[in-house]
Design a binder for this molecule. Structure first.
Ligand code: AMP
Length: 420
């Protein structure tokens, strides 16, 4: 071990487990690639103001959890705590919304950073796959995203997750509700911190987990009763489309989510095997975000699915992903001459697309065979001086244990045929 360790709240992905993470990332993004979403990549850091304006000054993410830094040139930057604000910023900067092709549908995958109290499922560096559909107000788009996330989790083999769905209203009806809620909350017996929250972000008070707060919230005005007709109709349509697609969801009045930019549709995917960090993914509509960061009106909707927690959810359900072995052929040379000949064969195999590896480091037969076994390769190719003198190599099928001499010249074709 070196003197250094991964920083608190972070962990490394190393083989063989890292293969599972890659497979999960791939599975979470596959339905998007198949549905008209184009890949976007943005920097790992942005102007702090993008997040404080976009995500919201009063949110935990901005007020407590951002990694901020001042550069030598005096710029105030933050490691990105989430993806949506960056993706929208990038889409606006590239004028993607002006190409006459709305909605602009984008997907991404990357690292995010939040200075949170670490615990199982909650890290300071984590990984998300996300999707944003920018510039259209269409309930089918909200439904599409929820359906695609559901499909992603199901193809991975997850079953014990639930979809929570809510509508947060829009700029017409939410302020009316907010006023009513504030009026109700101000009458309650709450600590100073929570009182401040009533002014800044009253909906978040509903999220308070403490029993003494929850007890007082009985009878609080509910948003559903304040939704305007347009929001109500929109939400009904989203629900109908989900039902028609056979996607089961639960209406959850209390789902407000921790980011200020959401309007109308909000949803969360929760997994029941994860304890307190149960949200594996979430998202919603953010019709006002573009204007909040200085862009034109661009109603949009998106989600982000957590890779780390999806892996934990798979483990909680005991789902083993079928990961094909990454190596098909492992070559073991015995002696200098064999080393040169087999190294050339490995190169040749790789060039025709066969995954091949080689016993490096001049170890003995025993150690090299151990590596061959560990590689999971279907075949090993062993060659010593006597084999080479006869112009052959020994091809061993690691599944059946059968071994045969194959002419050196015929090796590549033979292997290709056996693997086909
Ligand atoms: P959010 O942007 O907070 O809605 O997060 C979306 C998803 O990212 C969550 O459902 C989690 O799966 C994942 N996530 C968020 N924060 C963390 C964290 N600190 N550690 C691990 N995963 C996280």
């Amino acid at each position: 071990m070196s003197t250094f360790k991964a920083p608190k709240g972070t962990y490394d992905l190393t083989p063989p487990d890292s293969a599972k993470y890659l497979a999960v990332r791939e599975a979470l993004s596959a339905p998007l690639k198949n549905s008209g979403y184009g890949y976007i990549e943005t920097p790992g850091f942005e102007d702090v103001a993008l997040f404080s304006r976009g995500v919201g000054e009063s949110t935990d993410i901005v007020s407590k959890e951002m990694y901020t830094l001042t550069t030598k040139g005096g710029s105030e930057l933050a490691l990105r705590p989430e993806g949506t604000a960056s993706v929208l910023r990038a889409a606006l900067e590239a004028n993607l919304h002006k190409l006459g092709n709305l909605p602009v549908k984008l997907w991404y995958s990357g690292s995010y950073y939040r200075y949170e109290r670490p615990q199982k499922g909650r890290y300071r560096h984590f990984s998300q796959v996300g999707a944003e559909a920018i510039g259209a107000e269409d309930p089918a788009l909200d439904a599409e995203l929820i359906i695609l996330a559901d499909q992603a989790y199901r193809t991975l083999g997850l079953q014990n997750f639930r979809i929570l769905l809510n509508s947060l209203g829009d700029k017409e009806c939410r302020p009316v509700y907010r006023d009513a809620l504030q009026e109700f909350l101000r009458e309650l017996d709450l600590d100073d911190d929570t009182r401040r929250r009533i002014d800044l972000n009253p909906l978040r008070v509903l999220d308070d987990k403490r029993p003494e707060v929850q007890k007082q919230l009985v009878g609080a005005p509910v948003l559903r009763d304040y939704l305007c007709d347009a929001c109500k109709a929109y939400h009904e349509e989203v629900r109908d489309l989900l039902t028609a697609a056979g996607v089961v969801y639960e209406d959850d009045e209390k789902l407000v989510r921790g980011l200020d930019y959401y309007t109308r549709t909000t949803f969360e995917f929760v997994h029941d095997g994860l304890g307190s960090q149960s949200a594996v993914g979430g998202g919603g509509r953010y019709d006002g975000l573009s204007e909040m960061i200085g862009g034109p009106a661009l109603p949009s909707v998106g989600w982000a699915l957590g890779v780390d927690r999806t892996v934990l959810a798979l483990e909680a359900e005991g789902v083993e992903l079928e990961l094909p072995s990454s190596t098909s052929v492992f070559a073991v040379p015995l002696g200098e001459e064999a080393r040169r000949v087999l190294f050339a064969k490995v190169t040749e195999l790789r060039r025709v697309g066969v995954a091949a590896d080689f016993a490096f480091g001049g170890r003995g037969l025993k150690g090299a065979m151990k590596s061959a076994n560990r590689s999971g390769a279907r075949f090993t190719v062993v060659a010593g001086e006597r084999d080479l003198a006869e112009g052959v190599v020994q091809l061993k099928d690691m599944e059946s244990g059968e071994q045969q001499a194959v002419a050196l010249d015929a090796l590549v074709a033979e292997v290709q045929q056996k693997l086909a």
